[in-house]
Design a protein around this ligand. Structure first.
Ligand SMILES: NC(=O)c1ccc[n+]([C@@H]2O[C@H](COP(=O)([O-])OP(=O)(O)OC[C@H]3O[C@@H](n4cnc5c(N)ncnc54)[C@H](OP(=O)(O)O)[C@@H]3O)[C@@H](O)[C@H]2O)c1
Length: 256
């Protein structure tokens, strides 16, 4: 059940991609604020370790192993969260992959993975969560609910070599902005967080020649920590009911 203390006491959050990086940090911070958190990703061992850390801090965590690019699994993850934790007040749509490189001779399988996770996975989770968020928005303790979407600087700008990742993150922005207009008068706040370079596992899934490009571009730069983005998420969801933070763009200071 939702815990009672803290700024988010009595609420339940679901974070996708909670097994590493930004999702892991965001889930931990939401739990610190008193929200009971459902941790969703494919690597259950990583989720279990995070759940243990949260419980040691006195928080409540539910491990939900799921591939969000599978519609049924995404829907089941939301349903299980509501069944076991009682409600849903905050969805952090964070799971994502970034597999970049020139369009010419690109591996279409990498494109499919990005579209399936970054776009379809995010849509499936949003769709499954919305009825519950609308219900939470009519209810105490907050009478407002949040759907936070993790996009990217790549969702505002385009760059040679990132065409398909750009397409997925621009898609996230378009979806969030349109959905916001559908539900904001019912007090479901739909927001976008757009990080610049964050020190996580994300880049590591690319081919060796791409990793070399990243090393050359970001090697010397002090990147953001996952906690820096978790703070942005927590800021959004702890605003008073009448304040909707629609968009936050966060770059490392040295990122041009
Ligand atoms: N790092 C950056 O510089 C940066 C910048 C801008 C935006 N972002 C965005 O931030 C988000 C989080 O990325 P990150 O940087 O924290 O990278 P990360 O450490 O690689 O985390 C990605 C998370 O997504 C999960 N995931 C991937 N495919 C999934 C699937 N099919 N089903 C469920 N979960 C899945 C992974 O878990 P499993 O593998 O266990 O499933 C992992 O927990 C992404 O949307 C990314 O595009 C990152």
């Amino acid at each position: 059940m939702a815990t009672t203390g803290g700024q988010l006491g009595g609420t339940v959050s679901l974070v996708t991609g909670a097994s590493s990086g930004i999702g892991e940090a965001a889930a931990f911070d939401l739990a610190r604020l008193g929200s009971a958190v459902a941790l969703v990703a494919r690597r259950a061992d990583r989720l279990e370790a995070l759940a243990e850390r949260i419980r040691q801090q006195g928080g409540t965590a539910l491990v939900v192993e799921a591939d969000v690019s599978d519609q049924q699994q995404a829907e089941d993850a939301v349903a299980r969260t509501v069944a076991e934790l009682g409600r849903l007040d905050v969805l952090v749509n964070n799971a994502g992959v970034m597999l970049v490189g020139p369009v010419l001779d690109a591996d279409a399988e990498e494109w499919r993975r990005m579209v399936q996770v970054n776009v379809l996975g995010l849509l499936y989770c949003a769709r499954a969560a919305l009825p519950h968020l609308l219900r939470a928005a009519e209810d105490e303790p907050r009478r407002v609910a949040d759907l936070v979407n993790i996009s990217s600087v790549a969702g505002r700008e385009t760059r040679s070599g990132s065409a398909v990742y750009n397409a997925t993150k621009h898609g996230v922005g378009a979806f969030a902005n349109a959905l916001r207009q559908e539900v904001t008068t019912r007090h479901v706040r739909v927001s976008l967080v757009e990080p610049g370079a964050v020190d996580t596992e994300l880049v590591g899934h690319n081919r060796p020649e791409i990793l070399e490009v990243f090393r050359a571009r970001f090697g010397q730069m002090e990147r953001l920590a996952a906690d820096d983005i978790a703070s942005a998420v927590s800021y959004i969801v702890t605003r008073p009911r009448h304040v909707a933070i629609n968009e936050i763009l966060v770059r490392p200071t040295e990122q041009v």
